[in-house]
Design a protein around this ligand. Structure first.
Ligand SMILES: [Zn+2]
Length: 95
């Protein structure tokens, strides 16, 4: 499964409901899922951690669908390494 296919699947599955809910409410769901991911990172429950990573990605894809953003295009600048220094691994000074 690649990212573009996944975004299409989520669009086909949820876009009408996502659009009805709207951008701001969908963004709030995404941030709630990020909070659940934070909790999963703390507890160390591997199955739950995987579940929450999936939820965060799904809500991010839903939000991108509402906004008409193609995430594969959006992430493309990272495809060949660090977009700032161009290296793999990144050679940038620690922020
Ligand atoms: Zn870098």
């Amino acid at each position: 499964m690649d990212l573009a296919d996944l975004q299409t699947t989520l669009r086909d599955t949820y876009l009408s409901r996502d659009a009805e809910r709207g951008r701001d409410a969908t963004f709030r769901w995404l941030t709630e899922e990020v909070g659940e991911l934070a909790k999963a990172l703390r507890t160390g429950d591997r199955a739950n951690l995987e579940h929450e990573f999936g939820d965060v990605l799904a809500w991010l894809l839903s939000l991108a669908n509402i906004e008409g953003v193609d995430l594969e295009t959006a992430i493309a600048r990272y495809a060949d390494g660090c977009p700032r220094c161009g290296s793999k691994p990144c050679g940038c000074a620690f922020p």
